[in-house]
Design a binder for this molecule. Structure first.
Ligand code: ATP
Ligand code: MG
Length: 244
């Protein structure tokens, strides 16, 4: 709730939006160092009190352990926030989306087959090279592939299909990469939130993958389309402009 209020306040602030976002980034950055000093010192005190034998000492050590784990939680929140706000230079160069997808399929192939996931490729041989930041788009596609694998490993395997093609849409040409899985799919309510920062349904998920991916794709002038059906699977399509 608080989160929504802050973002709508930022939106109302209009031209201040960038300033507020930059301030938040600086603030969190400033918090990071003292937090890590506090954490290290808490660990050292716990280490010192390891041989506690009176009830009072044991109580103290329990409280210190709670303090330390809460500090670690704060550190995790801070690191996650910084990973999202960090500006990455876009470095576009003529590259082959087909090659990138092929490499990715090879990279995940072994782990996939260990989890009973079959990887299929459907690459459009006529898709020309175009200008994009291959490292960042690789990061986007890797997150999509990992999401698909994680979704399917929960349902005993399935099929992971990676496709490329080009289309005319909104009056221009786009390169499209599709990541399709036959996993459990998502409910409409879940689908509504997947690009939200910190939204995750996984125990170990940070909920950053798709939020960062969307930012990277939009910085390229592109967009996402997602379709999903419960019990059937999901399809994530990344659209990247073929010309400036
Ligand atoms: N292919 C998929 N099938 C089913 N649910 C998915 C799929 N892809 C994404 N999701 C849902 O969207 C949520 C957000 O995904 P996102 O990649 O942003 O975060 P995450 O995978 O949970 O954590 P991480 O930050 O480690 O990537 C997931 O937790 C999951 O609920
Ligand atoms: Mg993810």
């Amino acid at each position: 709730m608080a989160d929504t209020n802050i973002s709508s306040a930022i939106r109302r602030a209009g031209s201040w939006e960038v300033d507020v976002a930059a301030m938040a980034g600086t603030l969190v950055h400033e918090i990071k160092n003292p937090l890590s000093t506090i954490n290290i010192n808490a660990q050292l005190v716990i280490e010192d009190w390891k041989e506690a034998d009176t009830p009072r000492e044991r109580r103290t050590i329990r409280r210190l352990t709670v303090i330390s784990s809460e500090i670690q939680r704060l550190e995790h929140i801070v690191q996650t926030f910084l990973r999202f706000t960090e500006r990455h230079e876009l470095n576009p160069r003529p590259s082959s989306l087909n090659l990138l997808v092929e490499d990715l399929a090879e990279l995940v192939g072994e782990e996939a087959s260990g989890n009973d996931i079959r990887v299929r490729l459907g690459l459009d041989p006529h898709l020309e090279e175009f200008s994009f930041d291959a490292d960042l788009i690789r990061q986007v596609l890797l997150n999509l592939v990992q999401n698909a694998q994680q979704a399917m490993s929960g349902t005993g395997g399935g099929e992971l299909i990676l496709k490329t093609r080009s289309v005319e849409d909104r009056g221009r040409r786009w390169a499209v990469c599709e990541v399709i899985d036959t996993g459990p799919g998502m409910s409409p309510r879940c689908l509504d939130k997947i690009f939200d920062l910190y939204f995750s349904t996984k125990d170990e998920g940070s909920g950053l993958g798709l939020a960062i991916s969307r930012r990277i794709v939009e910085e390229h002038g592109g967009f996402f389309r997602v379709q999903s059906e419960e019990g059937k699977g999901s399809q994530f399509s990344v659209y990247l402009p073929l010309s400036a």
